[in-house]
Design a protein. Structure first.
Length: 349
């Protein structure tokens, strides 16, 4: 092509490389705040480097987890409130990691959109960095993909990838036995599962995202965007205190399907539903949708975001430790002989 000819550019196709570079510059301070022992280098390379020995491990086993935040993104996009959705992304990954007994070490994000809005993307990634900082993981890299024609105007998608480590032989669950105590840690609300159902219930209710919230101060949209709680520091402290045999992150499948994942053959979880009060958000969802209690229990966390299986002689001490760290701790049942499921007593609704 001759020097005087005006040819097509990548920007003409809808991809702005300069905007991507500007975003990297904007988020570098946020990523730097998450630096921890083991981090090598910063953003901008072809990959993120991490030194396990510098992080204090002598014989480590790596644990990896990946997740997103589902259709909770739809509410964030529709309301323009994108500042905390990154915390949800981190929490969904690292809360899973710690259930294996692993300490989250570093995190990478994938952010995809049709047209990159640098200000919006910065707010989202600032939220991711805040989540990483809160759980002690380093944000060491990620990918921003601008893909015209793949997303409707204003839409975006997020995925997260967390890597953690533990010393060999310390993996969970282990030694779960009859008589172990079940301790539940309070959730902050719906967290990041069941939002396709939540959005359907809101549609049925006739309310908009900007309507006053029926169960709390502020708008309905803001209440439903309350970020997922991070349980990493608390769970690791409990593990190090001794007596923790298993952990279950209460995500998709709710209380009915997640606790059995820590059980060996021949045991079950006996859970007393009268041990805690159903938070107002779940009561509103259940009443508005005319949900049955079994459906509620296998759809949502119902106010319990993480469950610990603890040796009976350590349960009181572990519960006290967690309360000292600001947790709402619910003694919710015990491990009993059974077929691997959950046996309920009492009522939530």
């Amino acid at each position: 092509m001759s020097a005087g000819t005006n040819g097509l550019t990548y920007a003409d196709a809808g991809v702005d490389i300069d905007a991507g570079n500007a975003l990297v510059d904007r988020i570098k301070p946020a990523a730097k705040r998450t630096t921890r022992p083991g981090v090598m280098g910063g953003l901008g390379g072809f990959g993120g480097l991490f030194d396990l020995k510098a992080a204090g491990y002598s014989d480590p086993v790596l644990v990896a987890a990946t997740d997103g935040v589902g259709t909770k993104l739809r509410i964030a996009i529709d309301t323009g409130n994108v500042d905390t959705i990154g915390i949800d992304l981190v929490a969904m990954c690292v809360n899973d990691l710690v259930c294996q007994g692993a300490e989250p070490l570093f995190f990478l994000d994938y952010f995809a959109t049709g047209k990159l809005d640098v200000d919006q993307a910065t707010r989202i990634i600032e939220g991711i960095a805040a989540g990483c900082e809160a759980c002690g993981a380093a944000l060491i890299g990620g990918e921003t993909a601008e893909m015209p024609g793949m997303y409707h105007k204003g839409d975006f998608d997020l995925a997260g990838f967390a890597v953690g480590a533990m010393e060999r032989g310390s993996d969970l669950p282990r030694d779960v036995a009859e008589g172990d105590v079940l301790l539940g840690l309070g959730s902050s609300g719906v967290h990041s599962n069941g939002y396709s159902f939540v959005r359907k219930v809101v549609e049925v209710s006739g309310l908009g995202w900007d309507a006053p919230c029926p169960w709390a101060e502020g708008s309905l949209g803001a209440a439903l965007l309350t970020p997922t709680r991070l349980y990493v520091r608390q769970a690791l402290a409990a593990i190090r205190a001794g007596g923790v045999h298993g952990l279950a992150h209460i995500t998709g499948g709710g209380i009915t399907e997640n606790p059995p994942r820590v059980l060996p053959e021949g045991l079950a979880c006996a859970i007393d539903l009268s041990a805690w009060e159903l938070p107002p958000v779940f009561r509103w969802l259940a009443q508005t949708a005319n949900m049955s209690e079994p459906e509620l229990l296998k759809t949502f966390n119902c106010g319990i975001g993480l469950m610990l299986v603890v040796a009976p002689d350590r349960a009181e001490a572990v519960a006290a430790l967690l309360r000292d760290m600001g947790e709402t701790v619910v003694p919710m049942g015990r491990i009993v002989p059974g077929d691997g499921g959950v046996v309920y007593s009492g009522r939530l609704l």
